[in-house]
Design a protein around this ligand. Sequence first.
Ligand code: NAD
Length: 482
Amino acid sequence: MPSQTRYDLFIDGSWTKPTSGEWTQIRNPATGDVVGEAARGQEQDVKIAVEAAKKAFPAWRDTPASKRADALYKLRDLVARDKETLARTITSEMGKTLKEAQGEVDFAIALLRFAAENTRRLEGEIIPGERPGEKILIDRVPHGVVGAIAAWNFPLALCARKIAPAIAAGNTIVLKPHELTPLSALALAKLVEEAGIPAGVVNIVTGDGPEVGVPIVAHPDTRLITMTGSTPAGKKIMAAAAEHLKEVRLELGGKAPFIVMDDADLDKAVEAAVVARFGNAGQICTSNERTYVHEAIYDRFAEKLREKIKALKVGDPMDQATDMGPKVSEDELKKVHEIVEKAISQGAKLEIGGKRLTGGIYDKGCFYAPTLLTGVTHEMDIARNEVFGPVLSLMKVRDFDEALERANDCRYGLSAYLFTKDLATILRMTRELNFGEVYVNREGGEEPQGFHHGYGESGLGGEDGQHGLEAYVDTKTIYLNA
Ligand code: NAD
């Protein structure tokens, strides 16, 4: 990506100046350098974008499903063609390693492909009516204009995850990327343009929550709101959407338990615990937020874990040898450090890290040391609130009952992990563990044909796969008589 790209808003198929006449500088969290500028959108821009999406809707709805699929395949091919540039854009604005960013682009490609493959699978039903010859048709129809709002931790994939199913199902969309990381979404908008997707079908309005997110939710013509982000923001969005009785889909925070039983493959479990905690510098909604290890293997597990954490290479995210890049911003770094300090003040033992990294390239960026805390108890704040950073809390449990009880005593319910070879434990877990997505004997990472869905304060609705796609259509019941 050329440094210092200045982007306008992408509305109605054109690059449009923001009504504010202002642009915001986007900084690389590894170096502090400005890597681009994004337009500061406001309510008036949202109105124009929703109007464009509304105007484009009837023709897109009536475009045959096979043609909508062709458009998505074309977009997928362009994303694949530009994989390296897109990955560099993600790393420059967000800080994850280039390796991880390449993986993120692959996930975006897979999401586009899944949506393309399934445009023709939004099938209706025919039910016999009570009257002679009557048929009751239950049709699947798009909502109209979708209002979409994304988080910063996967700046490309989270946008693809909303655009792909929305337009596959015949909706049009107004999307707001996160204010910290809009450049990947804007690069995607360029590819939407190149793919020849009709004007107004996909619109990108950059800006912050109050100036762009709030008007997207409040606009009477955005009939479905889909948001990925924090639980407090999700609650505000749901309350605001209630004003117009809109449908909302919220993909929010997590506090994944990572349970390791005494019969687990220890090396595999340690490796997965580290990947699931330090991947993307701990900034994943499915991250391992609390590691519960059976007392019989706790010491061996802890020993291997220390070695692995100490070996993590933190540094320039563009370097292929780097395991972990910076935190996304100064504010996020401070937030994580405060959580660690509080845990220590509440009695946790700091074994590794626990501080900002300094010296050399670290001085320019937001680098936090991979951190290990032991002696964490269930009552501490760190065991209850989402950390969203590279801090592993290790806890000892007597047995599966204790692990289950602690895991479930949580207001979040997105992802969980279980390492065991015992089928009875696995089967019991499927009934009793209150999380929407469980990884058994593996690290995290959703697949586009799965269903990513959280219980409790982790959200409402869910994304991916056939269930996720169906969120983007409503039903219409027709009592058909001659
Ligand atoms: P955030 O809530 O700060 O921001 C998310 C988006 O909402 C941003 O685009 C923001 O501008 C917008 N926003 C904020 N307040 C708003 C309002 N009142 N009205 C409309 N829009 C508003 O979250 P974040 O810091 O970007 O993301 C981190 C959080 O996202 C973590 O909690 C993480 O677990 C969660 N997350 C969840 C998933 C999932 O699939 N469940 C995936 C990724 C991230």
